[in-house]
Design a protein around this ligand. Sequence first.
Ligand SMILES: [Mg+2]
Length: 277
Amino acid sequence: MEHLFLPDTSIEIHREIQTGNIRHVVFDFDGTISLIRDGWQNVMVPMMVECLQAETDTTESQEQLEAIVVEFVDKLTGKQTIYQMIQLSEEIEKRGGTPKDPLAYKDEYNRRLLPVVEERIAGLAAGTLSADPLRVPMSLEFLQSLCEMGISCYLASGTDVEFVKNEASLLGVAEYFDGGIFGALREYKKFSKAMIIQKIITDFNLIGSELLIVGDGYVEIENAKEVGAIAVGVASVEDNMYNMNADKRERLIRAGADIIISDFHEGTQLLNYLFNS
Ligand SMILES: [Mg+2]
Protein backbone atom coordinates (compact mmCIF):
# COMPACT_ATOMS: atom_id res chain seq x y z
CA MET A 1 0.00 0.00 0.00
CA GLU A 2 1.20 3.49 -0.85
CA HIS A 3 2.23 5.57 2.10
CA LEU A 4 4.47 8.45 3.04
CA PHE A 5 6.96 8.79 5.84
CA LEU A 6 6.93 11.76 8.15
CA PRO A 7 10.16 13.57 7.07
CA ASP A 8 13.30 12.09 8.63
CA THR A 9 11.35 9.49 10.63
CA SER A 10 10.08 5.94 10.25
CA ILE A 11 6.53 7.11 11.07
CA GLU A 12 4.21 5.95 8.28
CA ILE A 13 1.38 8.22 7.21
CA HIS A 14 -1.27 6.15 5.45
CA ARG A 15 -3.99 8.73 5.15
CA GLU A 16 -4.28 12.46 5.29
CA ILE A 17 -5.94 13.43 8.55
CA GLN A 18 -7.28 16.59 10.14
CA THR A 19 -4.46 17.45 12.56
CA GLY A 20 -4.39 20.04 15.33
CA ASN A 21 -7.72 19.19 16.99
CA ILE A 22 -6.93 16.30 19.36
CA ARG A 23 -8.13 16.76 22.95
CA HIS A 24 -8.61 13.17 24.15
CA VAL A 25 -6.45 10.07 23.63
CA VAL A 26 -7.43 6.45 24.30
CA PHE A 27 -4.62 3.91 24.64
CA ASP A 28 -4.71 0.15 24.50
CA PHE A 29 -2.48 -1.40 27.18
CA ASP A 30 -0.86 -4.76 26.34
CA GLY A 31 1.48 -4.42 23.39
CA THR A 32 0.87 -0.68 23.19
CA ILE A 33 2.30 0.42 26.55
CA SER A 34 2.92 -2.73 28.56
CA LEU A 35 5.06 -5.76 27.79
CA ILE A 36 4.30 -7.43 31.15
CA ARG A 37 1.96 -9.96 29.52
CA ASP A 38 4.15 -10.46 26.48
CA GLY A 39 4.26 -14.18 25.67
CA TRP A 40 0.69 -14.89 26.86
CA GLN A 41 0.02 -16.93 23.71
CA ASN A 42 2.63 -19.44 24.92
CA VAL A 43 0.27 -20.12 27.83
CA MET A 44 -3.13 -19.87 26.17
CA VAL A 45 -2.48 -22.09 23.15
CA PRO A 46 -1.15 -25.20 25.00
CA MET A 47 -3.96 -24.90 27.54
CA MET A 48 -6.61 -24.91 24.82
CA VAL A 49 -5.00 -27.82 22.97
CA GLU A 50 -4.99 -29.76 26.25
CA CYS A 51 -8.68 -29.00 26.82
CA LEU A 52 -9.59 -30.14 23.31
CA GLN A 53 -7.68 -33.39 23.84
CA ALA A 54 -8.99 -34.08 27.35
CA GLU A 55 -12.59 -33.01 26.91
CA THR A 56 -13.42 -34.44 23.47
CA ASP A 57 -12.85 -37.71 21.59
CA THR A 58 -11.20 -35.94 18.69
CA THR A 59 -8.78 -37.90 16.55
CA GLU A 60 -7.05 -34.74 15.34
CA SER A 61 -3.34 -34.63 16.04
CA GLN A 62 -1.69 -32.24 18.46
CA GLU A 63 -0.39 -30.24 15.47
CA GLN A 64 -3.80 -30.01 13.85
CA LEU A 65 -5.41 -28.83 17.08
CA GLU A 66 -2.64 -26.35 17.64
CA ALA A 67 -3.13 -24.87 14.17
CA ILE A 68 -6.87 -24.47 14.81
CA VAL A 69 -6.33 -22.86 18.20
CA VAL A 70 -3.61 -20.52 16.94
CA GLU A 71 -5.93 -19.33 14.19
CA PHE A 72 -8.91 -18.41 16.36
CA VAL A 73 -6.86 -17.07 19.27
CA ASP A 74 -5.01 -14.82 16.87
CA LYS A 75 -8.21 -13.65 15.22
CA LEU A 76 -9.83 -12.73 18.53
CA THR A 77 -6.81 -10.98 20.04
CA GLY A 78 -7.63 -7.48 21.26
CA LYS A 79 -11.15 -8.34 22.31
CA GLN A 80 -11.72 -9.43 25.91
CA THR A 81 -10.11 -12.78 26.75
CA ILE A 82 -13.54 -14.29 27.36
CA TYR A 83 -14.27 -14.31 23.61
CA GLN A 84 -11.32 -16.64 23.03
CA MET A 85 -12.72 -18.89 25.76
CA ILE A 86 -16.22 -18.80 24.25
CA GLN A 87 -14.69 -19.99 20.98
CA LEU A 88 -12.85 -22.76 22.86
CA SER A 89 -16.16 -23.90 24.35
CA GLU A 90 -17.68 -23.97 20.87
CA GLU A 91 -14.75 -26.01 19.51
CA ILE A 92 -15.20 -28.51 22.35
CA GLU A 93 -18.92 -28.74 21.64
CA LYS A 94 -18.30 -29.19 17.90
CA ARG A 95 -16.19 -32.24 18.74
CA GLY A 96 -18.87 -33.84 20.89
CA GLY A 97 -17.58 -32.66 24.27
CA THR A 98 -19.52 -30.86 26.96
CA PRO A 99 -17.72 -27.59 27.57
CA LYS A 100 -17.48 -25.85 30.92
CA ASP A 101 -18.58 -22.26 31.35
CA PRO A 102 -16.15 -20.08 29.33
CA LEU A 103 -15.42 -18.16 32.53
CA ALA A 104 -14.00 -21.37 34.04
CA TYR A 105 -11.55 -21.64 31.13
CA LYS A 106 -10.64 -18.01 31.56
CA ASP A 107 -9.94 -18.53 35.26
CA GLU A 108 -7.73 -21.50 34.44
CA TYR A 109 -5.86 -19.44 31.84
CA ASN A 110 -5.31 -16.60 34.30
CA ARG A 111 -4.12 -19.14 36.87
CA ARG A 112 -1.52 -20.46 34.42
CA LEU A 113 -0.44 -17.06 33.18
CA LEU A 114 -0.09 -15.73 36.70
CA PRO A 115 3.37 -17.20 37.49
CA VAL A 116 4.82 -15.63 34.33
CA VAL A 117 3.23 -12.27 34.97
CA GLU A 118 3.78 -12.50 38.70
CA GLU A 119 7.50 -13.05 38.34
CA ARG A 120 7.73 -9.81 36.39
CA ILE A 121 5.37 -8.01 38.77
CA ALA A 122 7.25 -9.25 41.83
CA GLY A 123 10.52 -8.13 40.26
CA LEU A 124 9.05 -4.71 39.54
CA ALA A 125 7.60 -4.38 43.03
CA ALA A 126 10.87 -5.47 44.64
CA GLY A 127 12.90 -3.22 42.38
CA THR A 128 15.00 -6.11 41.03
CA LEU A 129 13.43 -5.61 37.59
CA SER A 130 13.45 -2.22 35.97
CA ALA A 131 10.15 -1.03 34.50
CA ASP A 132 11.81 0.37 31.41
CA PRO A 133 12.23 -2.88 29.43
CA LEU A 134 8.66 -3.87 30.33
CA ARG A 135 7.24 -0.75 28.69
CA VAL A 136 6.96 -0.28 24.94
CA PRO A 137 9.94 1.99 24.16
CA MET A 138 9.39 5.66 25.07
CA SER A 139 5.70 5.14 25.89
CA LEU A 140 6.16 6.78 29.30
CA GLU A 141 7.70 9.89 27.74
CA PHE A 142 4.89 10.03 25.18
CA LEU A 143 2.29 9.97 27.96
CA GLN A 144 4.17 12.60 29.94
CA SER A 145 4.19 14.94 26.94
CA LEU A 146 0.45 14.53 26.38
CA CYS A 147 -0.17 15.20 30.04
CA GLU A 148 1.93 18.38 29.96
CA MET A 149 -0.08 19.52 26.95
CA GLY A 150 -3.29 19.15 28.97
CA ILE A 151 -4.65 16.32 26.83
CA SER A 152 -6.93 13.80 28.60
CA CYS A 153 -5.63 10.25 28.41
CA TYR A 154 -7.57 7.01 28.93
CA LEU A 155 -6.56 3.38 29.12
CA ALA A 156 -8.89 0.72 27.67
CA SER A 157 -7.75 -2.90 27.77
CA GLY A 158 -9.22 -6.32 27.04
CA THR A 159 -7.36 -7.63 30.13
CA ASP A 160 -9.26 -7.70 33.45
CA VAL A 161 -9.49 -4.22 34.89
CA GLU A 162 -7.98 -5.04 38.29
CA PHE A 163 -4.86 -6.45 36.60
CA VAL A 164 -4.60 -3.47 34.27
CA LYS A 165 -4.75 -0.99 37.15
CA ASN A 166 -2.09 -2.80 39.12
CA GLU A 167 0.24 -3.28 36.16
CA ALA A 168 -0.15 0.31 34.98
CA SER A 169 0.81 1.53 38.40
CA LEU A 170 3.85 -0.80 38.60
CA LEU A 171 4.99 0.47 35.21
CA GLY A 172 4.73 4.04 36.47
CA VAL A 173 2.13 5.08 33.89
CA ALA A 174 -1.14 4.96 35.88
CA GLU A 175 -0.98 8.59 36.97
CA TYR A 176 -1.10 9.81 33.36
CA PHE A 177 -4.54 8.37 32.69
CA ASP A 178 -6.55 11.18 34.18
CA GLY A 179 -9.54 10.13 32.04
CA GLY A 180 -9.62 6.70 33.66
CA ILE A 181 -8.37 3.13 33.39
CA PHE A 182 -10.87 0.66 31.93
CA GLY A 183 -10.66 -3.09 31.35
CA ALA A 184 -12.52 -6.34 31.07
CA LEU A 185 -15.23 -7.17 33.59
CA ARG A 186 -16.64 -10.54 34.64
CA GLU A 187 -19.95 -9.21 33.33
CA TYR A 188 -18.25 -8.95 29.99
CA LYS A 189 -21.14 -7.39 28.12
CA LYS A 190 -20.75 -4.27 30.25
CA PHE A 191 -17.38 -3.43 28.75
CA SER A 192 -15.87 -3.00 25.31
CA LYS A 193 -13.35 -0.59 23.90
CA ALA A 194 -16.08 0.67 21.57
CA MET A 195 -18.28 1.49 24.58
CA ILE A 196 -15.52 3.52 26.24
CA ILE A 197 -14.83 5.40 23.01
CA GLN A 198 -18.52 6.12 22.49
CA LYS A 199 -18.88 7.39 26.05
CA ILE A 200 -15.98 9.85 25.64
CA ILE A 201 -17.46 11.15 22.39
CA THR A 202 -20.88 11.61 23.99
CA ASP A 203 -19.62 13.08 27.29
CA PHE A 204 -17.48 15.71 25.57
CA ASN A 205 -19.54 16.08 22.43
CA LEU A 206 -16.50 15.41 20.25
CA ILE A 207 -16.02 15.35 16.52
CA GLY A 208 -13.78 12.59 15.14
CA SER A 209 -10.59 14.61 14.77
CA GLU A 210 -10.69 15.58 18.47
CA LEU A 211 -10.17 11.96 19.49
CA LEU A 212 -7.05 9.86 18.98
CA ILE A 213 -6.89 6.09 19.49
CA VAL A 214 -3.50 4.42 19.91
CA GLY A 215 -3.24 0.63 19.86
CA ASP A 216 -1.50 -2.46 18.56
CA GLY A 217 -4.72 -4.40 17.91
CA TYR A 218 -7.08 -4.27 14.96
CA VAL A 219 -10.06 -4.06 17.35
CA GLU A 220 -9.28 -0.59 18.68
CA ILE A 221 -8.23 0.63 15.24
CA GLU A 222 -11.56 -0.51 13.76
CA ASN A 223 -13.39 1.06 16.72
CA ALA A 224 -11.58 4.33 16.00
CA LYS A 225 -12.49 4.34 12.34
CA GLU A 226 -16.15 3.53 13.09
CA VAL A 227 -16.45 6.87 14.88
CA GLY A 228 -14.12 8.82 12.57
CA ALA A 229 -11.38 9.20 15.19
CA ILE A 230 -7.69 9.35 14.29
CA ALA A 231 -6.00 5.94 14.63
CA VAL A 232 -2.33 5.32 15.33
CA GLY A 233 -1.35 1.64 14.99
CA VAL A 234 1.59 0.45 17.06
CA ALA A 235 3.28 -2.41 15.23
CA SER A 236 5.19 -3.56 18.30
CA VAL A 237 7.13 -6.82 18.32
CA GLU A 238 5.65 -9.77 20.21
CA ASP A 239 7.34 -12.76 21.74
CA ASN A 240 5.41 -15.95 21.08
CA MET A 241 6.48 -19.35 19.79
CA TYR A 242 3.60 -19.57 17.28
CA ASN A 243 4.63 -16.63 15.13
CA MET A 244 1.21 -15.17 15.87
CA ASN A 245 0.52 -11.62 14.84
CA ALA A 246 3.63 -11.64 12.64
CA ASP A 247 1.67 -9.54 10.16
CA LYS A 248 0.66 -7.01 12.82
CA ARG A 249 1.60 -3.99 10.73
CA GLU A 250 -0.40 -5.18 7.70
CA ARG A 251 -3.35 -6.00 9.92
CA LEU A 252 -3.34 -2.56 11.50
CA ILE A 253 -3.22 -0.98 8.05
CA ARG A 254 -6.09 -3.18 6.88
CA ALA A 255 -8.10 -2.19 9.96
CA GLY A 256 -7.72 1.42 8.85
CA ALA A 257 -4.80 2.86 10.82
CA ASP A 258 -4.02 6.38 9.62
CA ILE A 259 -0.51 6.27 11.02
CA ILE A 260 1.83 3.38 11.84
CA ILE A 261 4.66 3.50 14.36
CA SER A 262 6.80 0.66 15.72
CA ASP A 263 6.99 2.23 19.19
CA PHE A 264 7.25 5.76 20.63
CA HIS A 265 10.94 6.47 19.98
CA GLU A 266 9.92 9.21 17.57
CA GLY A 267 7.11 10.37 19.85
CA THR A 268 8.13 14.02 19.72
CA GLN A 269 7.94 14.10 15.92
CA LEU A 270 4.60 12.29 16.03
CA LEU A 271 3.17 14.79 18.51
CA ASN A 272 4.45 17.71 16.44
CA TYR A 273 2.61 16.29 13.46
CA LEU A 274 -0.62 15.46 15.30
CA PHE A 275 -0.81 18.83 17.06
CA ASN A 276 0.59 21.03 14.25
CA SER A 277 3.23 22.27 16.67
MG1 LIG B 1 -2.86 -4.72 22.64
